[in-house]
Design a protein around this ligand. Structure first.
Ligand SMILES: [Fe+2]
Ligand SMILES: [Fe+2]
Length: 322
């Protein structure tokens, strides 16, 4: 058996009892979507600036509820995409020995808990969408098949030789799990959303803390076993990858398409977008800065920045950004 991935007995037992004791799939009742979303905010308004603009609020509470419902659909669909197309795939590959050939059975067993947890998160998100459609009568504007995060991951694969895809996937999943944990914590703290939405976020984040730790430990242990070429090639890609992964849509295609469904003239739509743009851009830039710093710290902790060439790539990139 490999010595590289053998955790101590107490850590293994902790992981097992933490999952049995805390996993939401084992312990949470079904989340019921409120019957009337016109009376409560189904999504935090602070995360959807157009819902608070006077031109939109003057259309009445049903219009505001429509806008917030569309943001909810988008958010929930994107959670489903991340889980089913990305994280579960990585966990399955760990179980099947495709990412780390020498992973021991405890490591594989914990990866199975991740498949189960993420499957449940995708279930809760889709259940939320189905209930919301039924109670509100509002149809989602679109059902996304991908998003900016997943597109960035795909571009990362394309930039690397196939032999490096497995360690890249492990690292990209680790970065995504940390980002998601922080995002859920922060959106779950928003005050004005309905309890139901907050509950979904709080439940989800209670599992994600465990996942984030698991992936960080795995990357830390696995990274040092890779050859220097692989570590360097993936590592030097990371400064641009993080930009791509965290990029915001400053042209606001989604907001525009939601506004186009309301009884507004083209001029009014431009006014709503124009008058919220400064705050939108500031919020997005704050988010990108804070998240990027957190991810760089994670790369430091997991040893990815130990290589001098990788650190130099980050330094060059930071200088170019100033
Ligand atoms: Fe999840
Ligand atoms: Fe997760």
């Amino acid at each position: 058996m490999s010595t590289v991935f053998q955790a101590s007995e107490s850590t293994i037992e902790d992981a097992v009892s933490r999952w049995y004791g805390n996993a939401t799939v084992r312990n949470s009742p079904r989340v019921l979507v409120p019957a009337n979303i016109v009376e409560e905010n189904i999504f935090p308004k602070s995360r959807q600036l157009i819902a608070e603009h006077q031109i939109v609020t003057s259309l009445g509470s049903e219009a505001v509820a429509y806008v917030l419902a569309q943001s909810t659909y988008k958010y929930m669909y994107e959670i489903g995409l991340l889980e089913t197309r990305f994280v579960i795939d990585c966990a399955l590959k760990i179980i099947n020995g495709e990412i780390i050939a020498q992973a021991d059975e405890q490591t594989r067993r914990e990866a199975i808990t991740i498949v189960i947890d993420e499957g449940y998160h995708a279930y809760v998100a889709l259940d939320f969408i189905i209930q919301l459609k039924a109670t509100s009568g509002i149809e989602p504007l679109s059902v996304p098949q991908t998003n900016g995060n997943l597109d960035a991951v795909r571009r990362g694969y394309a930039a690397l030789p196939e032999s490096m895809h497995a360690p890249y996937q492990l690292l990209a999943t680790c970065l995504a799990e940390h980002t998601l944990t922080k995002d859920l914590l922060s959106i779950g703290r928003e005050k004005e959303a309905t309890r139901t939405f907050t509950q979904v976020m709080t439940d989800h984040v209670s599992d994600e803390g465990r996942h984030a730790n698991y992936f960080a430990t795995l990357v830390r242990e696995h990274w040092r076993t890779l050859d220097v070429d692989t570590r360097r090639r993936i590592g030097t890609l990371l400064p641009a990858y993080l930009d791509d992964y965290l990029a915001a849509d400053f042209s606001r295609r989604f907001d525009r398409s939601v506004l186009e469904q309301l009884a507004l003239s083209p001029g009014e739509i431009e006014t709503v977008l124009g008058e919220t743009q400064t705050r939108y851009v500031a919020n997005a830039k704050d988010y990108i800065d804070v998240t990027r710093k957190n991810l760089v710290k994670l790369l430091e902790r997991t040893g990815v920045l130990d290589d001098e060439a990788v650190r130099a790539a980050f330094a060059r990139h930071d200088q170019a950004r100033v």
